[in-house]
Write a protein that binds this ligand. Sequence first.
Ligand SMILES: Nc1ncnc2c1ncn2[C@@H]1O[C@H](COP(=O)(O)OP(=O)(O)O)[C@@H](O)[C@H]1O
Ligand SMILES: [Mg+2]
Length: 261
Amino acid sequence: MPSETTIFSAKNLTCVFGHGKKSTKAIDDLTFSIADQEIVSLVGGSGCGKSVLAKIMLNLIKPTSGEFLYKGKPIIDQRFHWREVQPVFQDPFSCFNFFFTIRDQLKASFGIMKTKPSKKEMEERVDQALLAVNIVPSEIQGKYAFELSGGQMQRMLLARIFILRPAVLIADEPTSMVDACVRASILDYLMKLKKELSMTIVFITHDIGLAYYVSDRIFIMHRGKIVEQGTPDDVALKPKNEHTMKLLDDIPDIHKNWISR
Ligand SMILES: Nc1ncnc2c1ncn2[C@@H]1O[C@H](COP(=O)(O)OP(=O)(O)O)[C@@H](O)[C@H]1O
Ligand SMILES: [Mg+2]
């Protein structure tokens, strides 16, 4: 169950790109908070500001105005922040280099840690992380990113999370490049991560059906605003906002069956 500690708190958070007539308000006056060990989904159509909000959470983008706090404090030390808050992005191939083996890159993840474990422990932890995402270590031994499938690479990103054990995971459309079968297993790994590592997860998707399945709370976004928020049942079964209704209309019928169960 989500605890009382606040992980993220935003007050009148605004992020504008460009100037004058050509400016885009990607995030428009958001006030919200996310509690420790909560799974919150950000749901909305393309361009509504989900990824910009994710990047603010990762401290990759600074907001134009308003307040954004992590555990009640402004984010100052980037290295410290990245030890605690880690992403899983849409395109796993962009996150791995083609010149080093996958295994070496997984081991390089330890570089961000304050104290590195011994060589032996590193190897063991990489093996454990691979097994956690159902990859037999020998399957990727000596292999490079271009030698793996999209689904395997997506699991490599999750293996990285098992290695780093961050307090917070920001998963930005982690299942949008994979087929339905891999999608289901990635969702299962996310649930496993949450259970085993007591993580807080911000799950980003345009699919309210997926959000319904994984979340404690759902934020519906439209044009940089949160237009509706609540528990999955509140949002999916008793939608109040027109944009929520539209997102519900868009989901495949197979998802609708289990939402209405
Ligand atoms: N670095 C940037 N410079 C200018 N505009 C940006 C930048 N990043 C995002 N935007 C704009 O901000 C809006 C929100 O983008 P984004 O958060 O990526 O949407 P999505 O919800 O699809 O992830 C879009 O209009 C996008 O074009
Ligand atoms: Mg996006």
